[in-house]
Structures are given as C-alpha cells and as structure tokens.
Design a protein around this ligand. Structure first.
Ligand code: ADP
Ligand code: MG
Length: 566
C-alpha cells in the first residue's frame, strides 16, 4: 500500500541485534520471557491510562496474554490486549533504543563475546531478543483509542531495516509473530512453551492463555478451549513459604529489567498506620546509569494489586536508588498521581518503612557470621557502597545505621579494597587513642602515600584512606561514630592527645625556636599562599607537608571545589 515505508534501524539497534544473535544463542528461550514481559507492561500501561479514561477499554476490559503457535507456518504468536502501539510509537520504540545508559553500554562493549554476553544481560535484552530464534518478526498493533483502520504492521528480518504500514486490526493491542529460524522447531510444542512460561513468567499477574490440547487416537490435537498456564496472581501477595527462590529471582528480572539474579531481597506485609506489602530487591551489579542523575529509579507502585506506576521515585531515598521491587498499598486511592505522591504523608510513611527495611537487610548481611552472607555484603559494597555513602548526609534519621554499614580502605590492610568498618577500626584503636583518623585524597595511591601518615605509621595507628569523590561529603556530615570523633590527619592542629610523645613535643618546640629564622624566611618566600609555616614532628621521611587549618576545607576538598569551578 501507499503507506508502506522502509526505515533503517538506529546504529545501536543493529549492533545490539548482531551481538544478541551471536552471544545469547545458548540461552535462547528467554525471548518468550521478554515478549511476555512487554505484553504485561502494555496491559499495565492501559490500566493506568484507563484510570482517567475508562472508554479506552471499549468492550474488552479483561486484560490477558495469549500464546499460540502454528506448526505448518512455523510461527509463534504472542498477543495482548494492552495499550498497543501507534505507527509513530512503533517507529520510536521498535527502531531505536531509548534506554538510559545506552551510550555507556555501547562504549563498554569489548568485542569479546563471552564478556559482551554478560553486558547484554545487564543492559536488558527486550524486544530484540525475538531475533535470537526468529529470522522475521511481524508486529501488528492497534493503539487503545484508535480505530480498527489505524493499526500498524511492523516487520523486520533483524538486519538493517524494517517496514511499517497501516493495516486493519479488529481488536486493541499487539500481536508479535515470530517466524522461526531453521532448526528452531522445538519451540512449536505446547509442552515446551508451557514449561518456558512456567519457568520464567509464572509471576505475571495477568492470565497467560494457551489452547488446551487433547489426546485423540494416540495423537495430541489442539482444542478450542483456553487454559491458563501461569499462576496469574501477584507474587508479592502470596505468602513467603509458597514462593521459591527461583520464583523470587524471576520476578526480580521482570521488575528490574535485569538479566542476572538479584543479590538478595526482603518481602514483608506491613500492618499498622499504613497497610502495604513490600518486595524489595538489591541487584548484584551496578547498572550503567547509576551515576546518571536523570536515570530512572524507584520502585513499582501498586494499589490493591492494580499497577499504578513504574519508577515511583518518592518510595525510595536517592541514596537507595539501586533498590528495585514493588510496593502494593492497601490505602492509597487508585487515581494517585506523581504529583499527589510528592505531597503525601502516607507515602512518606511507606518510604521510611521501606528504607528501614533495606537498611536492616544490609545490616543482616554485613553482620552475619555466615561467610556467604559476608561475601554478599562485600559484593554489595563494591557495587553500591559509594552510593550508600551519600545517605550519611541525606538521611539524618538513619545516619548512625548507615555509618555502621560503611566500609573503608585503611592502613591496616594494604590493598585498596574497602573492607574496614568503623566498628572494626574502633576495635583496633591503640590504648589512649580517642579519635578515628582518616586522610582524604583524590586517589587511593595518593591517600596511601600521603606524608601526613608518617607519624601514624611510626606510632602504629590505623588511618582510614578515603579516596571516593563522595568521601568529603561523608566526613563533612559524619563527625563521630559511637562517641569517637572523626579527625582528618591533614589538619594543622593535629592533636594526638594521649598518643603524643612528650619528649617529641618538647623537641619540636625547641626546634621551633631554633629554626625561627628559617621559618620566617620560608614564610616570606611563600607569602600570601600560606597562613603559617610550622616545625612539625609528624613527618619521618618527608621534609615538609601541607596542612589545612582546623576549620578550613581540607586540601582535597579545596582541590575538588577548584576543579568544579568554585
Ligand atoms: P523495555 O521493555 O525495557 O522498554 P523492550 O525492548 O522490551 O524494552 O521494548 C521496547 C518498547 O517497545 C517498550 O518500551 C514498549 O514501548 C514497546 N513495546 C514492546 N512490546 C510491546 C507490546 N506488546 N505492546 C505495546 N508496546 C510494546
Ligand atoms: Mg521489555
């Protein structure tokens, strides 16, 4: 027809398609999970839009997903009666990748297939995974609210381009038709498809229907009767004892759009002022867009099992932006909007409940005697520690809890791994030591080799080595832990208290008199650039070092501010 257009894929789509087909070959059945997940998302979107416009349902308000196959045509069809796609939407969503972090993802690719397969997993595979098993994919879709004649047919062989044209479609929603590649006929079986659905998509809250089969004359034949293949009830609403770890993990992959297993989760029904269910997960790895302030974050909000919105950022503080999952409230109104959430006291309550829950999940791992749990915490810290640190300044109510979860590199070990907690540090304090000493620098090596450490090395006093960008923020907000104050070793009036060696101090005072003339000369030469020049006994190898005044910003912070143009 005249409306038929051939369009080229965005370069990134081409790259992704190529990679996917070649690297996910051993895991190809996931295409079904991805397409079912999209069908479910499409139904959620319709339900949400229909809250303000019930007419969108027309006479078809029972949302469902259908899987069918045709042995003769060698096709599998995934259908839903969700929101559908307009022609423009089909072009925008099925021809480009809009995900945040796309650029980072492509620049992280190595060309090494095994490594890249892993990256794809993290990035999320989505619709394009169809091409792992199909050499042609046809999407026929009609957007809710549009006429039968306004449907779109999108088709591609997964190479450079795709076509779109306007067609008729009798009902709302989307059919995705996969034309299987040679050798993929295994998928043309009820048994096979059902087992994949039960494995990956059991938690989908909508019914996933297939035609029932019957034995007739020793052969299986399709009947006209529908059968619901999945459990089709909200996973989070089931009791914990009925949910296997595999089911929890599959649900995570669905809500988080992640390909990997989660690190851990917490699932609870909360009763009291607010009644809600929370199922919150911590991913095993940092996403590509962890540092992108505009990246989507937050959790899915449901009200009495009805999906309300994705990425409800009000439900989690920013420093826990890596948490994924679901909150289902029994009390909020169904027509709650993002604007209402901003103001809602109920939401504040839910957020503090969820925050505490996540922090205790972390505490549980961190303080566990079980080596596997400890290992998990170390993994968590590596991925998200720098984000959690933001919480020290952001969440006053939980500051002490968060402080207890912090891990640092220190002079006690010799690597840059952040494994020392403040409690560990205090446990190793020298007799007479009253403070927790730290040094900040812009790299681990700079911190480790700081001349300020010389006196501490000599006296065998441990010093925390802080070199994450966020560390200045941490020490700016965390002035003490369990009654011990934190003290920068780079401040001028370094007072070692009882650790001070009287003899050394006397000697330094004597030297200060003796070398007064030299000090004046140095001060004269440096002029405005320094406040003061002093004799010190804190150095053992270096001839001199720079220190900041007690209440001035540290040298490292001053450098950071300068770099930021302030
Ligand atoms: P994601 O689901 O992470 O957004 P996908 O690659 O799976 O990424 O899907 C890309 C986009 O295509 C979706 O965001 C959605 O807009 C659109 N889409 C895919 N499948 C459907 C469907 N069955 N109904 C409506 N829109 C769909
Ligand atoms: Mg998807």
């Amino acid at each position: 027809t005249a409306s038929r257009e051939t369009l080229g894929f965005q370069t990134e789509v081409k790259q992704l398609l190529h990679l996917m087909i070649h690297s996910l070959y051993s895991n190809k059945e996931i295409f079904l999970r991805e397409l079912i997940s999209n069908a479910s998302d499409a139904c959620d979107k319709l339900r949400f839009e229909a809250l303000n416009n019930a007419a969108l349902y027309g006479d078809d308000s029972e949302l469902k997903i259908r899987i069918a196959f045709d042995k003769a045509a060698r096709t599998i069809t995934i259908s839903d009666n969700g929101i559908g796609l307009s022609r423009e939407e089909a072009i925008a969503h099925l021809g480009t990748i809009a995900k945040s972090g796309t650029k980072e993802f492509f620049s992280a690719l190595t060309g090494d297939q095994a490594k890249d397969a892993h990256l794809i997993g993290q990035f999320g595979v989505g619709f394009y995974s169809s091409f792992i098993v199909a050499d042609k994919v046809t999407v026929v879709s009609r957007r809710a609210g549009l006429d039968a004649a306004q449907a779109v047919r999108w088709e591609s062989a997964g190479e450079g381009d795709y076509t779109v044209e306007m067609v008729e479609k009798a009902s709302r929603g989307t059919d995705v038709i996969l034309h299987l590649r040679d050798g993929e006929d295994d998928f043309l079986s009820s048994w096979k498809l059902k087992s994949i659905i039960r494995k990956y998509s059991d938690h989908i809250t909508l019914p996933i229907l297939m035609k029932k089969e019957e034995w007739k004359d020793g052969e299986q034949v399709m009947t006209d009767e529908d059968e619901t293949v999945n459990q089709a009830n909200a996973l989070w609403a089931r009791s914990k004892s009925e949910i296997s770890d595999e089911q929890y993990a599959e649900f995570y992959k669905h809500v988080a759009h992640d390909f990997e297993e989660p690190l851990c989760w917490t699932h609870a029904k909360v009763e009291g002022k607010q009644e809600y269910t929370q199922l919150l997960y911590i991913p095993a790895r940092a996403p590509f867009d962890l540092w992108d302030r505009n990246a989507r974050h937050g959790i899915k909000l449901y009200v009495r099992r009805v999906f309300i919105m994705d990425d409800a950022e009000k439900l989690m503080p920013l420093y826990l932006r890596f948490v994924r999952g679901v909150v289902d409230s029994a009390d909020l109104p169904l027509n709650v909007s993002r604007e209402i959430l901003q103001e809602s006291k109920d939401i504040d309550n839910i957020r503090s409940g969820c925050t505490r829950k996540v922090l205790s999940l972390l505490e549980g791992m961190a303080s566990s005697d079980d080596a596997a749990e400890k290992e998990k915490y170390a993994k968590f810290w590596e991925a998200f520690g720098a984000v959690l640190k933001e919480g020290v300044g952001e969440d006053f109510a939980n500051k002490d809890k968060i402080a207890g979860l912090l891990r640092f590199a220190s002079t006690h070990g010799d690597g840059d791994k952040q494994v020392v907690s403040l409690a560990d540090y205090i446990g190793r304090m020298k007799e007479g030591q009253e403070k927790i000493y730290y040094v900040t620098a812009d790299s681990f090596n700079a911190a480790k080799n700081s001349p300020h450490l010389e006196i501490f090395r000599k006296k065998g006093i441990e010093v925390l080595l802080l070199s994450d960008r966020v560390d200045e923020w941490v020490v700016g907000h965390l002035t003490e832990f369990e009654g011990k104050s934190l003290q920068s070793v780079a401040k001028g009036g370094l007072d070692l208290g009882q650790l001070e060696d009287e003899a050394e101090k006397k000697e330094a005072e004597k030297a200060a008199d003796e070398f007064k003339e030299l000090l004046d000369k140095v001060k004269g030469a440096l002029g405005e650039r320094v406040k003061e020049v002093r004799i010190t006994h804190r150095l053992t190898d270096s001839p001199s070092c720079l220190v900041a005044d007690e209440h001035d910003p540290s040298g490292n912070l001053a450098r950071m501010l300068k770099a930021a143009g302030q």
